[in-house]
Design a protein around this ligand. Structure first.
Ligand code: BG6
Length: 486
């Protein structure tokens, strides 16, 4: 029934970057595809004094810069007529009352609402309190869903208290904690690759896999976010959320169904099987590094020890993964923008082919998350016109070849749609976010004690030599997507 109700999408922090770059282009594209409710309205809320017209012009500007799809003026006009703006403060009860009546006036007796927190993280608990105090979160006249952007807390304790605080006003099923990596097609495809095929899953365990590498490399530095980033660093910015989410999808057991509870239960189980590091283990299993010149960037403290790169070795203590290390790395200002998961299989147990040149090259499955989305399987083939020489070859699947160059939508499109249809599978549950913090906290604490030296790396490189040493101590090397060793 409630599906036929009008839908309001209220964006707090509407004059900010995220709204212009991601949220509105994604909503617009959903509208073009006729996937939004027949009656919908996007209500921007913020301190900035915009008229509706100015708000629309500001968003159109963003679209020109950031939209990855073609559109017509007519399509934009049709969508833009649903964009409105409410100026207001984030601490003022009267402004929130005004917002409430503004929404009711348009909805009539009932309507569904998405409240999207696209504000700095310090502000949203206050917003939720004010929404509660102005009776905007009760579901008597339509559903109410609240979307929370990362970072969710800065450590385990703050994440717990945030959860407690928001649970006072909301049920867990109303809360959608966003991790935009889960909206990426290729991240979801980890599940399809594993569970929509029969050929991989029998090998997906300690009997056949030597180790797993997860790389999320960025070419950009901290850009205009220096002040924010300097307080956060790479572990909070990338590992606690994106990288651990990828780990959980790669390592989880098959869920009994594809519904949110079943899926998220399995993800939490994997994270719970990773033992939080003891302080003495941290220097042996992690690398913290900063790119040279970082301290000269705008907004960065001159003595900052904030890491812009980290490498972490995780161990999942369960039957499937015992003894299989997971090596994770992520950093800013690296050589390429590249996100990938490499499953490196064990070497063949016996060298059959007598050739001095020959070496045993392990098979490798690469899940290529971005930018050239796809999957590669590397295996050995006989070199023609030799007696028994072999060489590694690749079997490749590229999304662009199979589905077209523009097939992959913006991650936010899928996430926004799921929020409106009430599917929370791709959102982080309270216990999941806390379990993830439980793994990151000990590393942060050990790093904060400054006993482990901060390494430095050249901008445009693949990171510090210490990251190579992390693997070298276990006689391994980081791989590149096509199997070349760095
Ligand atoms: C964000 C981080 O969550 O993810 C940014 O805060 C980072 O620092 C970004 O640049 C990377 O996302 P993507 O989709 O470009 O890989």
């Amino acid at each position: 029934m409630s599906n036929s109700l009008p839908v309001s999408i209220i964006i707090f922090g509407a004059s900010g970057d995220l709204t212009q770059r991601k949220l509105v282009p994604s909503l617009f594209n959903l509208c073009r595809k006729d996937r939004l409710s027949e009656r919908f309205r996007v209500v921007g809320y913020g301190n900035t004094a915009f008229t509706d017209e100015q708000f629309r012009a500001h968003l159109k500007e963003g679209l020109k810069q950031f939209a990855s799809f073609e559109y017509t003026e007519e399509q934009w006009e049709r969508f833009a007529s649903n964009l409105v703006y409410q100026q207001g403060r984030y601490t003022d009860l009267a402004d929130f009352k005004k917002l409430g009546s503004f929404l009711r006036d348009w909805e009539g007796s009932s309507g569904n609402r998405v409240y999207y927190m696209s504000t700095p993280p310090g502000i949203f608990p206050n917003i939720i309190d004010l929404l509660g105090l102005t009776n905007q979160l009760g579901e008597e006249n339509g559903w109410r869903r609240v979307v929370i952007e990362k970072p969710f807390g800065t450590d385990l304790e703050s994440a717990r208290s945030l959860n407690e605080q928001i649970h006072k006003a909301l049920n867990e099923r109303q809360i959608y904690r966003i991790d935009h990596y889960l909206g990426k097609e290729t991240v979801q495809n980890i599940l399809m690759a594993r569970f929509a095929n029969t050929i991989f899953e029998p090998l997906w365990n300690r009997n056949y896999i030597d180790h797993v590498e997860i790389t999320v490399a960025e070419q950009v530095g901290v850009e205009h976010r220096g002040r924010f980033y300097d307080q956060v660093g790479v572990l909070r910015d990338m590992f606690q959320n994106h990288l651990l989410q990828i780990v959980s999808l790669v390592a989880m057991e098959p869920p009994v169904s594809f519904d949110a509870t079943a899926l998220r239960n399995e993800k939490v189980k994997v994270l719970s099987a990773i033992h939080p590091m003891k302080e003495a283990e941290v220097p042996l299993r992690t690398v913290r590094a900063q790119y040279k010149n970082y301290r000269e960037e705008k907004g960065i403290e001159p003595q900052s020890t904030t890491p812009t790169y980290a490498a972490v070795r995780l161990q999942i203590d369960n039957w499937r993964w015992q003894g299989v290390p997971f090596y994770l790395r992520s950093g800013k200002y690296l050589q390429e923008k590249l996100s990938q998961v490499i499953i490196e299989f064990k070497e063949p147990p016996h060298l059959l082919f007598p050739n001095a040149e020959n070496h045993l090259t392990p098979n490798m499955l690469v899940l290529y998350l971005q930018p050239d989305e796809g999957m590669h399987l590397r295996f050995e083939a006989k070199v023609p016109d030799t007696v028994s020489e072999t060489r590694s070859v690749d079997m490749e699947f590229h999304y662009a070849d199979s589905f077209g160059k523009t097939a992959i939508p913006e991650a936010y499109e899928r996430l926004l749609l799921d929020i409106m249809t009430g599917d929370a599978s791709l959102f982080t549950r309270a216990d999941e976010v806390e379990t993830a913090w439980g793994l990151i906290d000990p590393i942060l604490r050990a790093w904060d004690s400054q006993k482990q030296p901060l390494a430095f790396y050249e901008p445009g490189s693949w990171g510090p030599k210490e990251a190579d040493e992390l693997l070298a101590q276990e006689k391994r090397k980081w791989s590149t997507w096509d199997g070349r060793k760095e």
